[in-house]
Write a protein that binds this ligand. Structure first.
Ligand code: UGA
Length: 338
């Protein structure tokens, strides 16, 4: 019998790329729910894809029925844009924590396999050179720095899932994406400043504003991971050969793609000059430092670096990321402008 995979948030950044890859390369069936279908339009005709438009906070019956029917559940619905952590912290808690906990409990009840997105943000301002899933401390700022509500919501879910594993034998995998990037991350056509994550924001800045703003000068570092590498890891987790992913937490990130945000902006601008559709705009764009307070408001606080240890993913999943930063940026720009 082909594996049945339930993906909530199937039209999201990870959900749509994962579904596309599964339908192309595996014989699994995918059942998916999302509020919209703009990113999965090309998949809707596939007989192994069963999509329903819906809201995870409302359509409990459909979800409950499908958790029972499927083998593996990936609840991927979450708010994951830092600007929203500081403007709507309660929405982040209600969706990322409360709504997902409800789903997790159903997965426990029906004794199904749970694959849940934790986040690189749980490590917060940890000072380890490379963050390790089993030994690194999770370090966040004071309560008035509301940016951390996302990190804390995810951390508490991680702890609850781990406890269900320990006390009730829940079969789970927690995965921690490290700044996944690629086509269809956040919309690049959003006119409002600060609503997208960095790379989508920078492309949108070139298109609409003529100015890229570097928060605190852009000296902070991230390890950007191309989406196809992330999906490769996720497919291995779903496949779970010989139980290799069960009861484990995996950092999924590319430690060799470690750059400052300033360098990221400069590279996006330089590359964009090769695409006739945006070359002129890219040549004119200004790169300006701004304070975090001016950009995000007073309740933002940042991690100055974030490097994953991927030893566990290499050892248990046989996974190593392959796509360089240059290639990741090129493929992203190709998608929009080639
Ligand atoms: C992201 C988000 O919280 C989640 O998507 C996710 O869980 C996690 O990290 C991840 O993907 O690993 P962050 O790393 O801050 O958070 O993501 P970005 O919004 O892409 O920002 C990266 C850096 O660029 C931050 O330091 C931010 O201050 C800076 N930035 C962002 C700018 O300098 N200018 C901008 O216009 C936008």
């Amino acid at each position: 019998m082909a594996l049945k995979v339930l993906i909530l948030g199937v039209n999201g950044f990870i959900g749509n790329h994962l579904t596309e890859s599964i339908l192309e390369n595996e014989d699994w069936e995918v059942f998916g729910m999302d509020l919209g279908d703009d990113k999965i339009k090309g998949l809707l005709q596939n007989p192994r894809f069963h999509f329903v438009e819906g809201d995870i906070t409302i359509n409990y019956e459909w979800i409950s029925y499908h958790i029972r029917k499927c083998d593996v559940v990936l609840p991927l619905v979450a708010i994951a844009t830092p600007a929203t952590y500081v403007t709507h912290p309660l929405r982040v808690f209600e969706l990322d924590f409360e709504a997902n906990l409800h789903i997790i409990r159903k997965v426990v009840q029906y004794k199904k396999r749970l694959i849940f997105p934790s986040t690189s943000e749980v490590y917060g301002m940890c000072q380890d050179k490379a963050f390790n899933e089993e030994t690194s401390s999770l370090v966040v700022g004071p309560i008035n720095k509301q940016r951390w509500i996302y990190s804390c919501s995810k951390q508490l879910i991680d702890r609850v899932v781990y406890a269900y594993g320990a006390q009730e034998e829940l079969s789970y995998t927690l995965f921690r994406p490290f700044n996944f990037i690629g086509p269809k991350l956040d919309t690049i056509n959003e006119q409002k400043e600060g609503s997208s994550r960095s790379i989508a924001q920078f492309i949108s800045d070139i298109l609409y504003r003529g100015e890229i703003k570097l928060v605190n000068g852009g000296t902070q570092h991230r390890c950007f991971t191309y989406i196809s590498d992330g999906i490769d890891a996720l497919v291995r987790i779903i496949r779970n050969q010989d139980g290799c992913a069960s009861q484990r937490i995996f950092n999924i990130g590319n430690p060799t793609n470690d750059v400052s945000v300033k360098e990221l902006a400069e590279r996006v601008v330089a590359l964009a000059q090769n695409y006739p559709k945006i070359a002129d705009l890219a040549k004119k764009v200004k790169i300006t430092p701004v304070s975090a307070e001016d950009y995000y408001g007073p309740s933002y606080q940042d991690a100055s670096f974030r490097v994953p240890s991927i030893e566990n993913a290499q050892k248990y999943l046989g996974w190593t990321p392959k796509v360089s930063l240059e290639e990741a940026l090129r493929r992203t720009l190709d998608f929009y402008f080639a």
